[in-house]
Design a protein around this ligand. Structure first.
Ligand SMILES: [Zn+2]
Length: 97
């Protein structure tokens, strides 16, 4: 089981009205998103999905996919946003228990 330390803010800019939205990193929730057995360990993925409506009624969605490999190490973080541009990424690190 791992926990992520999230620092800073994730900032999204609406593509329609260009309004900026800030999401506090610690409010992001990561859920297990599958695992793959590899020769030298298990690769695990975690997904955080955030969606909300901008004041202009555009639905904004942001997905953050974290890959943990080997255990206790983040090997990749990918961001994907719909209807928004990511202007700032929060800092994500791993805390092993
Ligand atoms: Zn908007």
């Amino acid at each position: 089981m791992v926990r992520f330390i999230r620092k800073g803010y994730l900032k999204l800019k609406c593509k329609e009205c260009h309004k900026s939205h800030s999401i506090e990193g610690r409010d992001l929730v990561f859920d297990p998103y599958g695992k793959t057995e590899k020769d030298n360990g298990i690769e695990r993925k975690y997904l955080s999905v955030t969606d909300f409506f901008c004041s202009c009624d555009t639905k904004i969605k942001c997905e953050i996919l974290v890959t943990e490999f080997p255990e206790g190490t983040i090997s990749d973080i990918s961001y994907d946003a719909r209807n928004a541009e990511i202007t700032d990424k929060c800092n994500i690190s791993i805390l092993s228990i």
